[in-house]
Design a protein around this ligand. Sequence first.
Ligand code: NAP
Length: 350
Amino acid sequence: MKNELWRLARKPPHGWPDLEDFRWCEEALPEPRVNQMLTRTVYLSLDPYQWGRRRSGAESPGDICHGRTVSQVVASRLPGYSEGDYVFSTNGWQRYGLSGENINVFGYMFPRKLDPTQAPISTAIGVMGMLGLTAYSGLIVQCTPQPGETLVVSAASGGVGQVVVQLGRLWGCRVVAIAGSDEKLAYLRTLGVDAAVSHRSESFVEELKHACPDGCDIYFENVGGPVFEAVLPLLNRRSRISLCGLISQYGNIGGADPRAQWRELGAAVFEQQQVQVHDLFVGNFVADYQDRFLQEVGAYVRNGEVRYLEDKRDGLEKAPQVFAQMLRGDNFGKTLIVVSDDPTLADSAV
Ligand SMILES: NC(=O)c1ccc[n+]([C@@H]2O[C@H](COP(=O)([O-])OP(=O)(O)OC[C@H]3O[C@@H](n4cnc5c(N)ncnc54)[C@H](OP(=O)(O)O)[C@@H]3O)[C@@H](O)[C@H]2O)c1
Protein backbone atom coordinates (compact mmCIF):
# COMPACT_ATOMS: atom_id res chain seq x y z
CA MET A 1 0.00 0.00 0.00
CA LYS A 2 1.21 3.54 -0.86
CA ASN A 3 0.75 6.81 0.90
CA GLU A 4 -0.49 9.83 -1.08
CA LEU A 5 0.24 13.35 0.07
CA TRP A 6 0.72 17.01 -0.80
CA ARG A 7 4.09 18.66 -0.21
CA LEU A 8 4.76 22.38 -0.48
CA ALA A 9 6.40 22.80 -3.92
CA ARG A 10 7.85 26.29 -3.40
CA LYS A 11 7.66 29.35 -1.21
CA PRO A 12 4.43 30.83 -2.63
CA PRO A 13 5.43 33.75 -4.87
CA HIS A 14 1.95 35.28 -5.13
CA GLY A 15 -0.51 36.71 -2.65
CA TRP A 16 -3.05 33.90 -2.99
CA PRO A 17 -2.49 30.16 -3.63
CA ASP A 18 -1.67 28.74 -7.07
CA LEU A 19 -1.87 25.04 -7.88
CA GLU A 20 1.88 25.19 -8.64
CA ASP A 21 2.54 25.90 -4.96
CA PHE A 22 1.70 22.26 -4.16
CA ARG A 23 3.22 18.91 -5.27
CA TRP A 24 1.27 15.62 -5.25
CA CYS A 25 3.45 12.69 -4.15
CA GLU A 26 3.12 8.92 -3.82
CA GLU A 27 5.42 7.46 -1.22
CA ALA A 28 5.94 4.33 0.85
CA LEU A 29 3.70 3.98 3.87
CA PRO A 30 5.61 5.02 7.03
CA GLU A 31 6.22 2.35 9.69
CA PRO A 32 5.40 3.23 13.30
CA ARG A 33 8.35 2.89 15.70
CA VAL A 34 8.11 2.27 19.43
CA ASN A 35 5.80 4.90 21.00
CA GLN A 36 4.32 5.84 17.64
CA MET A 37 1.13 4.96 15.79
CA LEU A 38 0.10 5.01 12.13
CA THR A 39 -3.31 6.49 11.42
CA ARG A 40 -5.50 6.76 8.32
CA THR A 41 -6.76 10.29 7.71
CA VAL A 42 -10.55 10.50 7.64
CA TYR A 43 -11.02 14.31 7.66
CA LEU A 44 -8.53 17.09 6.93
CA SER A 45 -9.13 20.63 8.16
CA LEU A 46 -8.37 23.50 5.76
CA ASP A 47 -7.72 26.74 7.65
CA PRO A 48 -6.59 30.27 6.79
CA TYR A 49 -3.56 30.10 9.13
CA GLN A 50 -2.06 27.35 6.93
CA TRP A 51 -1.58 29.97 4.22
CA GLY A 52 0.28 32.24 6.64
CA ARG A 53 2.70 29.41 7.47
CA ARG A 54 3.37 28.74 3.80
CA ARG A 55 3.88 32.38 2.89
CA SER A 56 6.09 33.15 5.89
CA GLY A 57 8.42 30.19 5.34
CA ALA A 58 7.39 28.46 8.60
CA GLU A 59 6.54 25.60 6.25
CA SER A 60 9.46 24.99 3.87
CA PRO A 61 9.39 23.75 0.28
CA GLY A 62 9.41 19.94 0.43
CA ASP A 63 7.54 19.80 3.75
CA ILE A 64 4.29 17.86 4.01
CA CYS A 65 1.55 20.52 4.03
CA HIS A 66 0.47 20.96 7.63
CA GLY A 67 -3.13 20.36 8.66
CA ARG A 68 -5.16 19.15 11.62
CA THR A 69 -6.92 15.87 11.01
CA VAL A 70 -9.34 13.33 12.38
CA SER A 71 -7.96 9.87 11.79
CA GLN A 72 -8.32 6.21 12.68
CA VAL A 73 -5.53 4.10 14.12
CA VAL A 74 -4.21 1.48 11.67
CA ALA A 75 -1.29 0.18 13.73
CA SER A 76 -0.20 1.28 17.15
CA ARG A 77 2.98 0.95 19.21
CA LEU A 78 1.85 3.91 21.33
CA PRO A 79 0.50 2.95 24.75
CA GLY A 80 -3.15 3.96 25.20
CA TYR A 81 -4.03 3.77 21.50
CA SER A 82 -5.31 0.68 19.69
CA GLU A 83 -6.18 -0.24 16.15
CA GLY A 84 -9.59 1.20 15.26
CA ASP A 85 -9.49 4.13 17.72
CA TYR A 86 -10.47 7.54 16.40
CA VAL A 87 -8.08 10.38 17.18
CA PHE A 88 -7.51 14.06 16.70
CA SER A 89 -4.11 14.21 14.99
CA THR A 90 -2.02 16.42 12.73
CA ASN A 91 -1.35 14.13 9.80
CA GLY A 92 -1.36 17.10 7.43
CA TRP A 93 -2.40 16.83 3.81
CA GLN A 94 -1.77 13.09 3.54
CA ARG A 95 -3.67 9.80 3.62
CA TYR A 96 -1.64 8.22 6.38
CA GLY A 97 0.50 9.75 9.07
CA LEU A 98 2.52 8.94 12.18
CA SER A 99 1.79 10.35 15.62
CA GLY A 100 3.69 9.99 18.87
CA GLU A 101 7.30 10.24 20.00
CA ASN A 102 9.61 12.34 17.78
CA ILE A 103 6.77 13.32 15.45
CA ASN A 104 6.94 17.06 15.29
CA VAL A 105 3.63 18.81 16.01
CA PHE A 106 2.68 22.20 17.46
CA GLY A 107 2.92 21.87 21.23
CA TYR A 108 -0.78 22.57 21.73
CA MET A 109 -2.03 20.20 19.01
CA PHE A 110 -1.31 17.00 20.88
CA PRO A 111 -3.19 13.84 19.80
CA ARG A 112 -6.33 12.97 21.74
CA LYS A 113 -8.72 10.05 21.48
CA LEU A 114 -12.25 10.79 20.24
CA ASP A 115 -15.49 9.23 21.45
CA PRO A 116 -17.91 9.00 18.50
CA THR A 117 -20.86 8.65 20.91
CA GLN A 118 -20.21 12.17 22.27
CA ALA A 119 -20.17 14.06 18.95
CA PRO A 120 -19.57 13.27 15.27
CA ILE A 121 -15.83 12.76 14.90
CA SER A 122 -15.55 15.47 12.20
CA THR A 123 -16.38 18.11 14.84
CA ALA A 124 -12.99 17.54 16.49
CA ILE A 125 -11.53 19.81 13.79
CA GLY A 126 -14.48 22.21 13.97
CA VAL A 127 -16.96 23.22 16.61
CA MET A 128 -15.53 20.76 19.17
CA GLY A 129 -11.92 21.55 18.32
CA MET A 130 -9.64 24.55 17.82
CA LEU A 131 -12.29 26.56 15.97
CA GLY A 132 -14.82 26.23 18.76
CA LEU A 133 -12.12 26.96 21.31
CA THR A 134 -11.09 30.05 19.32
CA ALA A 135 -14.68 31.33 19.40
CA TYR A 136 -15.02 30.58 23.11
CA SER A 137 -11.67 32.11 24.08
CA GLY A 138 -12.15 35.29 22.06
CA LEU A 139 -15.75 35.95 22.95
CA ILE A 140 -16.32 34.50 26.40
CA VAL A 141 -12.86 34.68 27.99
CA GLN A 142 -11.48 37.85 26.41
CA CYS A 143 -14.59 39.98 25.81
CA THR A 144 -16.84 38.80 28.72
CA PRO A 145 -20.20 39.48 27.02
CA GLN A 146 -23.07 40.85 29.10
CA PRO A 147 -26.80 40.45 28.39
CA GLY A 148 -28.15 43.20 26.14
CA GLU A 149 -24.77 44.16 24.66
CA THR A 150 -24.40 44.41 20.88
CA LEU A 151 -21.96 41.90 19.42
CA VAL A 152 -20.78 42.31 15.81
CA VAL A 153 -19.13 39.30 14.14
CA SER A 154 -17.36 39.28 10.76
CA ALA A 155 -16.99 36.12 8.58
CA ALA A 156 -19.96 35.08 10.69
CA SER A 157 -21.01 31.97 8.75
CA GLY A 158 -17.51 30.46 8.74
CA GLY A 159 -15.94 27.90 11.03
CA VAL A 160 -15.17 30.30 13.89
CA GLY A 161 -17.85 32.88 13.18
CA GLN A 162 -20.87 30.59 13.35
CA VAL A 163 -19.83 29.45 16.84
CA VAL A 164 -19.25 33.04 17.99
CA VAL A 165 -22.72 34.21 16.92
CA GLN A 166 -24.40 31.32 18.72
CA LEU A 167 -22.41 31.76 21.93
CA GLY A 168 -23.23 35.47 21.78
CA ARG A 169 -26.93 34.68 21.54
CA LEU A 170 -26.71 32.18 24.41
CA TRP A 171 -24.93 34.81 26.55
CA GLY A 172 -27.83 37.24 25.89
CA CYS A 173 -26.21 39.59 23.37
CA ARG A 174 -27.89 41.32 20.46
CA VAL A 175 -25.97 39.68 17.61
CA VAL A 176 -25.16 41.39 14.30
CA ALA A 177 -23.60 39.03 11.74
CA ILE A 178 -21.59 40.04 8.67
CA ALA A 179 -21.14 37.62 5.76
CA GLY A 180 -20.66 37.64 2.00
CA SER A 181 -23.73 36.10 0.33
CA ASP A 182 -27.52 35.92 0.63
CA GLU A 183 -27.29 32.19 1.31
CA LYS A 184 -24.92 32.81 4.22
CA LEU A 185 -27.12 35.60 5.61
CA ALA A 186 -30.18 33.32 5.44
CA TYR A 187 -28.31 30.59 7.32
CA LEU A 188 -27.23 33.06 10.00
CA ARG A 189 -30.86 34.11 10.51
CA THR A 190 -31.75 30.47 11.18
CA LEU A 191 -29.14 30.57 13.97
CA GLY A 192 -31.12 33.36 15.63
CA VAL A 193 -28.96 36.42 14.91
CA ASP A 194 -30.76 39.74 15.31
CA ALA A 195 -29.42 41.21 12.07
CA ALA A 196 -27.37 39.89 9.16
CA VAL A 197 -25.58 42.22 6.75
CA SER A 198 -23.57 41.54 3.58
CA HIS A 199 -20.16 43.17 3.30
CA ARG A 200 -20.60 42.92 -0.47
CA SER A 201 -23.68 45.16 -0.47
CA GLU A 202 -23.15 48.63 -2.00
CA SER A 203 -24.85 50.14 1.06
CA PHE A 204 -22.95 47.94 3.55
CA VAL A 205 -21.79 50.85 5.74
CA GLU A 206 -25.32 52.25 6.15
CA GLU A 207 -26.84 48.79 6.63
CA LEU A 208 -24.38 47.97 9.37
CA LYS A 209 -25.03 51.30 11.10
CA HIS A 210 -28.77 50.67 10.89
CA ALA A 211 -28.28 47.17 12.37
CA CYS A 212 -26.46 48.68 15.38
CA PRO A 213 -28.74 51.47 16.66
CA ASP A 214 -26.99 51.35 20.06
CA GLY A 215 -23.47 51.03 18.62
CA CYS A 216 -21.16 48.05 19.07
CA ASP A 217 -20.00 46.78 22.48
CA ILE A 218 -18.03 43.76 21.26
CA TYR A 219 -16.47 43.21 17.85
CA PHE A 220 -15.18 39.76 16.93
CA GLU A 221 -12.69 40.55 14.17
CA ASN A 222 -12.05 37.87 11.57
CA VAL A 223 -11.42 39.86 8.40
CA GLY A 224 -10.08 43.46 8.71
CA GLY A 225 -10.05 45.80 5.68
CA PRO A 226 -13.26 47.65 4.72
CA VAL A 227 -15.34 45.64 7.20
CA PHE A 228 -13.19 46.91 10.08
CA GLU A 229 -13.40 50.46 8.72
CA ALA A 230 -17.21 50.20 8.81
CA VAL A 231 -17.22 48.91 12.40
CA LEU A 232 -14.78 51.53 13.77
CA PRO A 233 -17.23 54.48 14.01
CA LEU A 234 -19.78 52.25 15.77
CA LEU A 235 -17.52 51.25 18.68
CA ASN A 236 -18.97 52.30 22.03
CA ARG A 237 -17.03 53.60 25.01
CA ARG A 238 -15.15 50.73 26.72
CA SER A 239 -16.10 48.33 23.96
CA ARG A 240 -13.98 45.21 23.46
CA ILE A 241 -12.46 43.61 20.40
CA SER A 242 -11.09 40.12 19.99
CA LEU A 243 -8.58 40.38 17.16
CA CYS A 244 -8.92 36.83 15.90
CA GLY A 245 -7.87 37.13 12.27
CA LEU A 246 -7.56 39.47 9.28
CA ILE A 247 -8.31 37.20 6.35
CA SER A 248 -8.86 40.05 3.87
CA GLN A 249 -5.16 40.90 4.32
CA TYR A 250 -3.64 37.40 4.01
CA GLY A 251 -2.78 37.93 0.34
CA ASN A 252 -1.01 41.27 0.87
CA ILE A 253 2.27 41.80 -0.92
CA GLY A 254 5.03 43.94 0.58
CA GLY A 255 5.70 42.37 3.95
CA ALA A 256 3.88 44.87 6.21
CA ASP A 257 2.41 43.37 9.39
CA PRO A 258 -1.41 43.38 8.95
CA ARG A 259 -2.00 43.46 12.71
CA ALA A 260 0.23 46.51 13.15
CA GLN A 261 -1.52 48.27 10.25
CA TRP A 262 -4.90 47.38 11.71
CA ARG A 263 -3.92 48.83 15.10
CA GLU A 264 -2.64 52.00 13.47
CA LEU A 265 -5.90 52.45 11.58
CA GLY A 266 -7.94 52.04 14.75
CA ALA A 267 -5.61 53.88 17.17
CA ALA A 268 -7.48 57.21 17.37
CA VAL A 269 -10.86 55.56 17.95
CA PHE A 270 -9.37 53.03 20.40
CA GLU A 271 -7.93 55.87 22.48
CA GLN A 272 -10.97 58.12 22.31
CA GLN A 273 -13.40 55.31 23.16
CA GLN A 274 -11.09 53.44 25.55
CA VAL A 275 -11.51 50.30 23.47
CA GLN A 276 -9.87 47.14 24.85
CA VAL A 277 -8.19 45.21 22.04
CA HIS A 278 -7.33 41.57 22.76
CA ASP A 279 -4.95 39.76 20.45
CA LEU A 280 -6.18 36.19 20.08
CA PHE A 281 -4.03 33.11 19.57
CA VAL A 282 -5.94 29.93 20.36
CA GLY A 283 -2.78 28.04 21.35
CA ASN A 284 -2.58 30.22 24.47
CA PHE A 285 -5.94 28.94 25.71
CA VAL A 286 -5.58 25.18 25.30
CA ALA A 287 -3.93 24.40 28.63
CA ASP A 288 -6.33 26.47 30.76
CA TYR A 289 -9.61 26.40 28.83
CA GLN A 290 -9.85 23.35 26.54
CA ASP A 291 -11.42 21.04 29.13
CA ARG A 292 -13.89 23.67 30.32
CA PHE A 293 -14.77 24.53 26.72
CA LEU A 294 -15.32 20.87 25.75
CA GLN A 295 -17.62 20.41 28.72
CA GLU A 296 -19.62 23.62 28.33
CA VAL A 297 -19.87 23.91 24.57
CA GLY A 298 -20.03 20.12 24.16
CA ALA A 299 -23.26 20.16 26.15
CA TYR A 300 -24.69 22.90 23.89
CA VAL A 301 -23.71 20.93 20.79
CA ARG A 302 -25.28 17.74 22.11
CA ASN A 303 -28.57 19.40 23.06
CA GLY A 304 -28.71 21.29 19.75
CA GLU A 305 -28.36 24.81 21.18
CA VAL A 306 -25.16 25.23 19.21
CA ARG A 307 -25.44 24.02 15.63
CA TYR A 308 -22.68 23.81 13.09
CA LEU A 309 -22.46 23.72 9.33
CA GLU A 310 -19.64 21.82 7.67
CA ASP A 311 -18.51 22.35 4.10
CA LYS A 312 -17.31 18.81 3.36
CA ARG A 313 -15.49 18.22 0.06
CA ASP A 314 -14.53 14.76 -1.13
CA GLY A 315 -10.99 13.82 -2.14
CA LEU A 316 -7.50 14.67 -0.87
CA GLU A 317 -6.42 15.40 -4.44
CA LYS A 318 -8.70 18.47 -4.42
CA ALA A 319 -7.13 20.03 -1.31
CA PRO A 320 -5.26 22.89 -3.09
CA GLN A 321 -8.34 24.04 -5.05
CA VAL A 322 -10.63 23.85 -2.03
CA PHE A 323 -8.03 25.66 0.09
CA ALA A 324 -7.95 28.58 -2.38
CA GLN A 325 -11.76 28.64 -2.53
CA MET A 326 -12.01 28.80 1.26
CA LEU A 327 -9.60 31.74 1.43
CA ARG A 328 -11.68 33.78 -1.02
CA GLY A 329 -15.03 32.98 0.63
CA ASP A 330 -16.27 30.22 -1.70
CA ASN A 331 -16.94 28.04 1.29
CA PHE A 332 -20.05 27.75 3.39
CA GLY A 333 -19.35 26.67 6.96
CA LYS A 334 -16.29 24.91 8.30
CA THR A 335 -14.20 23.66 5.37
CA LEU A 336 -12.89 20.12 5.51
CA ILE A 337 -11.77 17.45 3.11
CA VAL A 338 -13.20 13.95 3.38
CA VAL A 339 -10.02 11.95 2.78
CA SER A 340 -11.41 8.45 3.43
CA ASP A 341 -14.47 6.62 4.78
CA ASP A 342 -15.89 7.66 8.11
CA PRO A 343 -17.07 4.30 9.51
CA THR A 344 -19.08 6.09 12.21
CA LEU A 345 -21.51 7.34 9.55
CA ALA A 346 -24.11 5.06 8.03
CA ASP A 347 -23.34 6.10 4.42
CA SER A 348 -19.65 6.69 4.43
CA ALA A 349 -18.14 5.56 1.12
CA VAL A 350 -15.89 8.26 -0.43
N1 NAP B 1 -6.46 33.71 16.39
C1 NAP B 1 -6.55 32.40 16.28
O1 NAP B 1 -6.01 31.63 17.07
C2 NAP B 1 -7.37 31.86 15.14
C3 NAP B 1 -7.76 30.50 15.11
C4 NAP B 1 -8.59 30.08 14.06
C5 NAP B 1 -8.97 30.98 13.08
N2 NAP B 1 -8.52 32.28 13.14
C6 NAP B 1 -8.95 33.28 12.14
O2 NAP B 1 -10.37 33.30 12.14
C7 NAP B 1 -10.81 33.78 10.85
C8 NAP B 1 -11.87 32.79 10.34
O3 NAP B 1 -11.26 31.52 10.13
P1 NAP B 1 -12.14 30.25 9.74
O4 NAP B 1 -11.24 29.08 9.79
O5 NAP B 1 -13.37 30.23 10.55
O6 NAP B 1 -12.47 30.52 8.20
P2 NAP B 1 -13.90 30.69 7.54
O7 NAP B 1 -14.56 31.85 8.19
O8 NAP B 1 -14.61 29.39 7.53
O9 NAP B 1 -13.53 31.03 6.02
C9 NAP B 1 -13.00 32.28 5.68
C10 NAP B 1 -14.12 33.32 5.43
O10 NAP B 1 -13.55 34.61 5.40
C11 NAP B 1 -14.40 35.46 4.67
N3 NAP B 1 -13.60 36.34 3.83
C12 NAP B 1 -12.61 36.00 2.97
N4 NAP B 1 -12.10 37.10 2.38
C13 NAP B 1 -12.81 38.16 2.88
C14 NAP B 1 -12.77 39.55 2.66
N5 NAP B 1 -11.89 40.10 1.79
N6 NAP B 1 -13.63 40.36 3.34
C15 NAP B 1 -14.52 39.82 4.20
N7 NAP B 1 -14.61 38.49 4.47
C16 NAP B 1 -13.76 37.68 3.81
C17 NAP B 1 -15.28 34.57 3.80
O11 NAP B 1 -16.62 34.67 4.26
P3 NAP B 1 -17.71 35.64 3.55
O12 NAP B 1 -18.21 34.95 2.32
O13 NAP B 1 -18.73 35.81 4.60
O14 NAP B 1 -17.00 36.91 3.19
C18 NAP B 1 -14.77 33.16 4.07
O15 NAP B 1 -15.82 32.23 4.09
C19 NAP B 1 -9.57 33.86 9.97
O16 NAP B 1 -9.13 35.21 9.95
C20 NAP B 1 -8.55 33.00 10.70
O17 NAP B 1 -7.24 33.38 10.43
C21 NAP B 1 -7.73 32.72 14.14
